[in-house]
Design a protein around this ligand. Structure first.
Ligand code: UDP
Length: 412
């Protein structure tokens, strides 16, 4: 279900909505096109599904295009993703040629949509070379990086950088991620939609039905990680943490819920590692959910005592925000965007090892008042900082600056 901007007033207050309308006023009728590489799965698709209708509701003419490629293309772009997050990867010339060629083909297919756009926002490395095919561009082109690029593998960064340098601006989730580029850089962390199926309040009986469906015992504690099966999310480390914690918390249950993203070819191999690590423990539920299982994920997060996100690299970690919004303490990997959300000992715990995650799990499950109070602080931290409405304001401000600014003067 899609909401109008006014529907957010009860959460944010009317003034915030009024400010958004004022910010959008100079942009009314402008054509804005977002381009990424998947409509389903992963945080980028999650955000675009929510952000685009609200931009339209505010009077912009916003569109969403998706580039298409073959399996070699996604293998290559997944390697870019891994390399941008610090892994050493080897990419053959043939894969790189295919990457550039795929972008050339997509540029022709998308030309009618992109050539008259006022603002084009290209998400992540997959469609980055599109810009090369619009030498006489009319609009402002912005590259938006959702990845933890704090320590990219240099040979891959060296290859990608020339595709990015020509953009008019770039957006990064954290200052730690921003890499030197010859254009203005904006810092905009991601956000969640409090009215989406993923995040709205759910009736107790719906949560109970999800517990029953997955054979989760309501009388025993539950910890959960919701994530694509990706090694950077460290699902095997989560199982190790659970195995350590069960020594002290008998009856503990673990849910690892994930699904694939259509642009992620590595999920199956990681899933097999997860099955092997779980070793048929009946209290470890490995759930493969369809991409539209938003209410189910919402219910699983609410059914959990603690949510884990034990990533070893994380661009942001929307799953962290989602859990915190539901008042659940998060035990998160001490990395990337998780550090922006989890203030150690205050809105959750930051850990680096399965042992650390097990220790914090034990601590919180044995001290319910602390678990509750951290959950509440987590929720208000998200209310203040990571709701969609705040990000919308930042995007609109950036667009006004880029599209309407003249030198140092910005006309609002
Ligand atoms: N998600 C989902 N189904 C799954 C796994 C994840 O809908 O099986 C959602 C999750 O709730 C979150 C997003 O996908 O909204 C993942 O975003 P995040 O930033 O945590 O990680 P990414 O996948 O972008 O690395």
């Amino acid at each position: 279900m899609q909401h109008h901007i006014d529907a957010y007033a009860p959460i944010t207050g009317k003034d915030v909505i009024e400010q958004l309308r004022q910010l959008a006023e100079p942009l009314r009728g402008m054509k804005v096109v977002h381009v990424n590489s998947t409509r389903m799965g992963g945080g980028v698709a999650e955000i675009l599904h929510k952000m685009i209708p609200l931009m339209n509701d505010l009077g912009l003419d916003t569109h969403w295009e998706v580039i298409e490629g073959n399996s070699d293309f996604y293998q290559c772009t997944k390697s870019f993703h891994n390399a941008m997050q610090g892994n050493q990867v080897v990419l053959s010339d043939a894969l790189l040629r295919n990457y550039e060629e795929t972008n050339a083909q997509n540029a022709e297919r998308l030309r009618p949509a992109l050539e008259d756009a006022d603002i084009v926002i290209i998400h992540d490395p997959q469609p980055a070379p599109l810009l090369r095919h619009f030498p006489d561009r009319k609009g402002t082109w912005i590259w938006r990086c959702h990845i933890d690029a704090s320590q990219p593998y240099r040979p891959v960064w060296k290859y990608l950088r020339p595709f990015l340098a020509d953009y008019d601006a770039s957006i990064w989730s954290l200052s730690d991620f921003a890499q030197p580029l010859p254009h203005p850089q904006y810092l905009v962390p991601p956000s969640i939609d409090p009215l989406s199926d993923k995040n709205i309040d759910l009736p107790e009986d719906e949560i109970a039905a999800v517990r029953e469906r997955f054979d989760i015992d309501p009388a025993r504690p539950l910890i959960t990680q919701i994530s694509r099966f990706d090694r950077f999310k460290d699902p095997v480390g989560v199982i190790q943490a659970y195995q350590l914690a069960t020594r002290f918390i008998p009856g503990l249950q673990l849910v690892l819920a994930g699904g694939g993203a259509s642009d992620d070819p590595e999920g199956e191999a990681v899933l097999n590692e997860v099955y092997a690590a779980a070793d048929k423990d009946p209290d470890v539920k490995i759930l493969l959910l369809p991409a539209d299982a938003h209410r189910t994920i919402n219910a699983l997060q609410r059914a959990s005592d603690i949510v884990l996100q034990k990533s070893t690299r994380e661009g942001f970690g929307l799953t962290v925000t989602e859990a915190m919004w539901k008042g659940r303490p998060v035990i998160g990997g001490n990395t990337g965007g998780i550090r922006l959300q989890v203030i150690n000992h205050h809105t959750g715990f930051l850990v680096s090892t399965p042992e650390g995650a097990a220790l914090r799990t034990r601590y919180l499950l044995n001290q319910r008042e602390i678990l509750e109070s951290i959950g509440q602080k987590a929720q208000s931290f998200v209310r203040d900082n990571f709701l969609l409405t705040r990000r919308l304001g930042e995007y609109l401000t950036m667009m006004v600056i880029l599209a309407k600014g003249h030198g140092d003067r910005v006309e609002l």
